[in-house]
Ligand binder design. Structure first.
Ligand code: ADE
Length: 279
């Protein structure tokens, strides 16, 4: 949603609700190339993001110009002298609620000067959201702009969700203190799927979960350690035998360690056979 020049966005019912009030606050726009994917992080704690986004593969992906991001401090969009971002809930109840007017203004900043033409999506990190998984990561890696909103306190005003949020996403069935770590988990998982980020593209297709199975066991030198040897098949150089062993290990491990994934895999395999053999 949200990019006016993009037809998919233009179809979004939400984008038509937005009023640009012309304000420009001090978000941080990092880099000015045209990356494949641009993240806008809305947060009250931008300092959590910098070290993670600047390290390891994520840092390299930015240096190579494959992804880019900006951090938008929600508090910059508070309108009172105390820079208030939250308030007590109407009707009573525990905790504080993030204010719709402040969040909306911060969100508008994220949609200003869209970094690149293409699909755009606003995600609210929330334990109430759809569970994030590898499949969703693949889907989101095709977007040009992802706005990830990290909530805090007891929740956000529902009207912000109605007006601006395309999807609520949870990273697991547990409650964190805020959406910052979940936003980073999503950004990390999605970024490594962008072509060129992970050096060896084949390693992506061979890793855990890409085929619905866990990865096979791996070994490197020394051949023997504390009485434990590397399986003979891996030392023989017979590539067919190695591939067959790895496939068997993937299935065995998945059935043993993740019966939930194994049930899904077996059901998909059964359906595939039924289609193939016309049953
Ligand atoms: N915020 C708090 N807990 C969360 C979770 N499990 N997933 C996403 N956002 C959250």
């Amino acid at each position: 949603m949200a990019h006016p020049q993009n037809s998919e966005n233009a179809q979004s019912s939400k984008s038509s609700n937005k009023v640009d009030d012309g304000r420009q606050k001090n978000s941080v726009l990092v880099g000015d190339s045209q990356p494949k994917l641009f993240f806008s992080f809305l947060t009250l704690f931008p300092e959590i993001f910098q070290p993670v986004l600047g390290s390891s593969l994520l840092g390299k992906a930015k240096t190579k110009g494959l992804v880019d991001y900006r951090l938008i401090q929600i508090r910059d969009f508070a309108t009172d002298k105390h820079r208030t971002v939250d308030d007590t809930p109407f009707g009573g109840g525990e905790g504080m609620i993030l204010k719709v007017d402040v969040l909306h203004a911060a969100w508008q900043e994220a949609q200003r000067q869209p970094p690149r033409e293409g699909k755009s999506l606003t995600v609210l990190l929330s334990p109430q959201g759809r569970l994030f998984d590898q499949e969703m990561a693949h889907e989101l890696s095709s977007y040009a702009h992802l706005t990830l909103v990290s909530g805090h306190y007891e929740g956000v005003d529902e009207r912000f969700i109605d007006l601006c949020v395309d999807r609520e996403v949870s990273i697991g069935n547990y409650v964190l203190t805020g959406g910052e770590l979940p936003a980073l988990v999503m950004a990390d998982t999605i970024t490594r799927l962008i072509p060129g980020v992970v050096g060896n593209e084949r390693s992506l297709t061979e890793e855990s979960l890409e085929k619905g199975l866990l990865k096979y066991p791996q070994y490197t030198r020394p051949r023997e350690f504390l009485g434990r040897s590397v399986p003979d098949v891996l030392l023989g150089g017979d590539h067919e035998a190695i591939a067959a062993w790895r496939q068997g290990e993937m299935e065995r491990r998945t059935a043993e360690k993740r019966s939930d994934l194994w049930d899904l895999y077996s059901a998909a395999l059964k359906r595939q056979k039924e289609v193939q053999f016309g049953k």
